[in-house]
Design a protein around this ligand. Structure first.
Ligand SMILES: [Zn+2]
Length: 322
């Protein structure tokens, strides 16, 4: 049987006018080849049309998957490709938004819903997120406040963040990335976003961005108070291994001080490694070494040949599986 090898991925970027809130943090922190001084996102693992990540030869991820779906994505992973992984540099804050769940998104948009999670990589000393709404805030109060712009800020829950923090954002959770934050984002591969509030910002032509208050109110879970994730440490002789998330849509682990951590493709599903420091993989059979730099993402096909991982710290995500 032919085994696949780990694949270094090269990102697509969202920048310039599509992310006016972005900065140059992806370059200064990770040496990425950003296309614009206002670069908001590198799409590290993406099959979004026009924004595919690609291998070293420029082959889009979508065509790599199409060539051998079971071997690449896994025997238990159904189409469409389920996950999207980004690094985000918020030099300025993002809009206050909420995403629908699968039921609502299917019914109203004929798309998948969106549950996401963030791992904070870098944060200014006073950096904050919007993470849910205040306890007791009702739909009526939100609806009323949304008519009056900044009134809504009084109903939002602002939480301070520091590097290493992890936040789970199930569909229906009101959220916004604050100023001065660089983070890793894993999410369902969907683009359905309802914007509640955009801080009354105007673009260079003086225009406000469109809001979607009715849909945002429809999908917001007012009874839900999200909590920051407490990592669960699992014993591993080759590294410090923390389970950050194990959810209905994806799992996420953080590995630190990795010395030759053995790894084999899971057959049922792919996984995806994002390096937070430089490191390398060594294939067990051929001894071939694949080096990667901090901020780089490596796709690990479901039928990947065995290898060992050496790295200071990385995040490894996988789709939910049986
Ligand atoms: Zn979001």
């Amino acid at each position: 049987m032919m085994h696949d090898k780990p694949i270094l991925l090269y990102p697509a970027y969202r920048s310039g006018l599509s992310t006016p809130w972005g900065g140059d943090g992806l370059k200064t922190r990770f040496g990425k080849n950003i296309p614009d001084p206002h670069t908001g996102e590198s799409l590290e693992m993406s099959v979004i049309p026009g924004l595919n990540s690609a291998d070293a030869d420029g082959q889009p991820l979508e065509s790599l998957l199409d060539r051998d779906w079971a071997g690449m994505a896994g025997t238990q992973v159904e189409r469409p490709f389920p996950l999207l992984l980004k690094l985000i540099d918020a030099q300025d804050r993002l809009s206050v938004q909420v995403h629908p769940d699968d039921d609502y998104a299917r019914r109203v948009e004929n798309k998948l819903g969106k549950t996401e999670a963030w791992a904070i990589l870098q944060a200014a000393p006073d950096a904050k997120l919007v993470y849910g709404i205040k306890e007791g805030a009702t739909k009526e109060a939100l609806a009323e406040a949304a008519q009056h712009g900044e009134e809504i800020e009084k109903l939002l829950r602002f939480v301070p963040v520091k590097p290493g923090d992890v936040f789970y954002i199930p569909a229906g959770t009101v959220h916004a990335i604050g100023q001065g934050i660089l983070l890793y984002e894993i999410q369902q591969s969907s683009d359905v976003t309802y914007r509640f509030y955009d801080w009354n910002r105007r673009d260079q032509q003086g225009n406000l961005r469109p809001l979607h208050i009715r849909q945002a109110l429809d999908v917001t879970r007012v009874d839900y108070q999200p909590e920051a994730i407490v990592p669960r440490i699992v014993p591993d002789p080759h590294c410090q291994r923390e389970i950050l998330l194990d959810t209905a849509y994806f799992g996420l682990q953080r590995l630190s001080d990795c010395q030759n951590v053995p790894f084999t493709g899971a057959i049922t599903h792919f996984s995806v490694l994002t390096a937070l420091t430089e490191g390398s993989l060594q294939l067990a059979d051929t001894k071939e070494t694949i080096a990667f730099s901090a901020g780089q993402t490596v796709f690990i096909p479901a039928d990947c040949a065995p290898f060992t991982l050496t790295c200071g710290q990385c995040l490894i995500a996988a789709p939910a599986h049986k």
